[in-house]
Design a protein around this ligand. Structure first.
Ligand code: FES
Ligand SMILES: [Fe+2]
Length: 434
């Protein structure tokens, strides 16, 4: 049977002759396009973030999370004597009838047992047993035994394990892919971006806390927000006023050869506003509040760390699912879990290093108040991309303009540019065929 005949083909609107710097609103609202994004970006050909190894420190520790809309479990399995532990990632989908058998966000298990009919899996995803596999034995009045029911003789447990994902671990960070043929993680990041990844994840990590929020906007808008280096100096009153992010900072925009991943690398000016604010940078910037002062100045008790090696801020976007933040002493991963074209869950994992002093740990936690769902800075981003999504929903045909610093795609030695956004959509269009 030709199934294609029975599959309704949704015809997507076409991008047309407009340049990549003029994105139409429907790329953020179209349901069929969104389903294709899940297939082509989250389930194939890409690595997605799963978590930090320090979230599951002991054998049997697990964490439930998501890649795209699919539920997955990351679990630590003790290695054989003399071997290190393995970290396995499996789809949280029972091979029997599909139940997502792990319900807790985190826990510890010796095996995974599905609640519905108790199919039981090892921590590597192998099926080890299921009830009534051999049926039940009935004995009649004469003592004759007959077997009733059960699985077929040739039902092989080894053919019915969980869907095991390919796993990449680097510097204590775990990525996974449903695509067995995906390139190596190192090739995926590329030689431009990988050194910035290694710069942060250079010694054992310590988990400091997790925030979660649902943002009613398309997932790509979050990536865009971090690939837009000049909005912080305008939108975020906090950054402008206290000099954490200014348009004249020495900055560098880095991207991989495909334009999908990027690093905004910046060095904070030596003098902090408001006293040191240069008039040229704050002139006309209405979010600059000269009379705003901190109730507790310890929030800006910034301690340079040797591993920074220059930059005080590096914001990385790893397409499609991850943002890695270093804002002075505050470190976090931000995971994007799309849920429909017009919403995503955003999970912030704040971390430090195992060898941090108590003072440094307290400092990282204080600075984390800038970020997360209610962060002094990040609350603005969640709200503003919601406004953007509302506009696209109301008028999906209207287009955006991302043409600061031209229409080309190239690394730049300054932040007054939208080149990283153009880079991402050039790549996105090539994969999506839009
Ligand atoms: S659905 Fe999991 S055991 Fe039946
Ligand atoms: Fe922002």
């Amino acid at each position: 049977m030709n199934t294609a005949m029975h599959t309704p083909q949704h015809t997507l609107p076409t991008w047309g002759d407009a340049p990549t710097s003029r994105a139409p609103g429907w790329i953020y609202t179209d349901e069929a396009l969104y389903q294709q994004e899940l297939e082509k970006l989250f389930y194939k050909g890409h690595w997605c973030y799963v978590g930090l190894e320090c979230e599951i420190p002991k054998a049997g520790d697990y964490k439930r999370t998501q890649i795209g809309e699919r539920s997955v479990v990351m679990v630590r399995e003790r290695g054989r004597p003399g071997q290190s532990d393995s970290i396995n990632v499996m789809e949280n989908r029972c091979a029997h009838r599909g139940v997502a058998f792990v319900r807790e966000r985190t826990g510890n298990a010796r095996s995974f047992v599905c609640p519905y009919h108790q199919w039981t899996y090892k921590l590597n995803g192998d099926l080890v047993g299921l009830p009534f596999r051999n049926g039940v034995v009935r004995e009649d009045a004469e003592g004759h035994k007959t077997k009733e029911g059960g699985m077929a003789e040739d039902f092989a447990l080894c053919d019915h394990g969980l869907n095991k994902l390919k796993v990449a671990r680097r510097g204590g960070v775990v990525f996974a892919s449903f695509d067995a043929d995906v390139e190596s993680f190192e090739d995926y990041l590329g030689p431009e971006v990988l050194p910035y990844f290694d710069r942060v994840f250079h010694k054992p990590l310590k988990l400091l806390g997790i925030n979660r929020q649902r943002i009613p906007a398309n997932w790509k808008l979050m990536q865009e927000n971090i690939k837009d280096p000049y909005h912080p100096g305008l939108l975020h009153t906090w950054f402008v006023t206290f000099g954490l992010w200014r348009a004249d900072q020495r900055s560098q925009m880095v991207m991989d050869a495909k334009g999908r991943h990027a690093c905004m690398v910046s060095r904070r000016a030596e003098v902090a506003a408001p006293s040191g604010a240069s008039a040229a940078v704050t002139q006309g910037v209405t979010s600059f509040k000269a009379d705003m002062a901190l109730g507790d100045p310890r929030l800006l008790d910034i301690a340079p760390e040797p591993w920074w090696n220059g930059p005080t801020v590096v914001m990385m976007t790893l397409f499609p699912s991850l943002i890695i933040q270093q804002q002075v002493n505050s470190l976090s991963t931000r995971q994007i879990q799309p849920c429909g074209p017009d919403a995503f869950d955003f999970v912030w994992t704040h971390f430090g290093f195992e060898d941090d002093t108590p003072e440094m740990e307290a400092r990282r936690l204080r600075q984390a108040n800038l970020f997360g769902p209610a962060g002094y800075v990040s609350a603005d981003d969640g709200e503003v991309i919601e406004f953007v999504q509302d506009a696209f929903s109301a008028n999906p045909q209207a287009r955006t303009i991302s043409e600061l610093d031209g229409t080309g795609v190239q690394p730049t030695p300054h932040m007054v540019t939208e080149t990283l956004i153009r880079g991402m959509y050039g790549y996105w269009r090539s994969v999506m065929g839009v």
